[in-house]
Design a binder for this molecule. Structure first.
Ligand code: NDP
Length: 253
């Protein structure tokens, strides 16, 4: 119960990686606000644990984030642990990329982290204990073809983490990015379906292709990302700051 009495906020906490982290934090004693656009799904998930609390919040909407985070903090206290996880991954070859799609990817994956961190940190005193974690990707560290907007947005997240770790140096607050390879979540399901359709293979074969893109040739499981997030929130990781931690089955950068 290491985090008993702490309030954590996990964006995109109703599914996949975010849900795994939210559940891990709740089991470690934190009161956890989970957010997303789909309130029904969040409420269903929150029913599984007494310390999970559903909140509808679109991370691409500044007023929605500000009001949502403020109401969560009023209900459960300052947000000592913030996991900016919400994101979208919609592949598009560069020559077909549209400005609208580019902007919507940036709005969710990059503006969303900025808005979430800023609103969460506004609930904390400057010298407060805090753990700010963003879910980037190995695409935040290296190029991913047919996903230029995604790649740029995830590089931007790591830039934000590095800048914030400098700006708050010496405070009891750390900023880190987790950079997974392909993880078995709904994003991979959706991308496997797109690959299957474009390449005329089965969904299973397409999932196999994504698994083989990880160096150890298997999809990661969400518990592997949860374990890293919990470690970053632990006392033992108090000097781990400004890092982009790769969980990809083997060397990436
Ligand atoms: P999911 O699709 O399960 O999770 C994405 C979550 O983000 C959903 O819960 C969704 O909730 C939420 N979300 C999307 N857009 C918005 C928005 N505008 N406002 C609020 N919430 C939003 O996939 P993952 O769990 O895999 O993805 C989580 C993160 O991990 C993403 O940032 C992704 O880029 C990153 N990642 C994933 C990898 C993978 O292979 N799975 C690899 C590397 C990184 P809702 O629909 O209710 O809004």
């Amino acid at each position: 119960m290491e985090h008993q009495g702490r309030h954590a906020l996990v964006t995109g906490g109703g599914t996949g990686i975010g849900l795994g982290i939210a559940m891990g934090l709740a089991e470690a004693g934190a009161e956890v606000t989970i957010t997303g656009r789909n309130l029904d799904r969040l409420q269903q998930v929150a029913a599984d644990h007494p310390r999970l609390h559903a909140l509808q919040m679109d991370v691409a909407d500044a007023a929605n984030v500000r009001n949502g985070v403020t109401s969560a903090a009023e209900a459960r206290g300052p947000i000592a642990i913030c996991v900016a996880n919400a994101g979208i991954a919609e592949p598009a070859p560069f020559r077909n990329e549209t400005l609208d799609h580019w902007r919507s990817t940036m709005a969710t994956n990059l503006d969303g982290v900025f808005l979430t961190f800023q609103a969460a940190m506004a609930t904390l005193d400057r010298d407060a204990w805090g753990r700010m974690i963003a879910i980037s990707s190995i695409a935040g560290l290296r190029g991913l073809k047919n996903a230029i907007a995604y790649t740029a947005s995830k590089h931007g997240v790591i830039g934000m983490i590095r800048g914030l770790s400098e700006e708050y140096m010496g405070n009891d607050m750390t900023f880190n990015a987790i950079c997974p390879g392909y993880v078995d979540t709904p994003i991979v399901d959706r991308n496997a379906a797109i690959i299957a359709q474009h390449q005329g293979v089965s969904d299973d074969e397409a999932r196999g292709m994504l698994a083989r893109a990880n160096r150890h040739k298997r999809l990661l499981h969400t518990d592997e990302i949860t374990a890293t997030a919990l470690w970053l929130c632990s006392d033992g990781a108090r000097s781990v700051n400004g890092q982009a931690i790769q969980i990809a089955g083997g060397h990436v950068t």
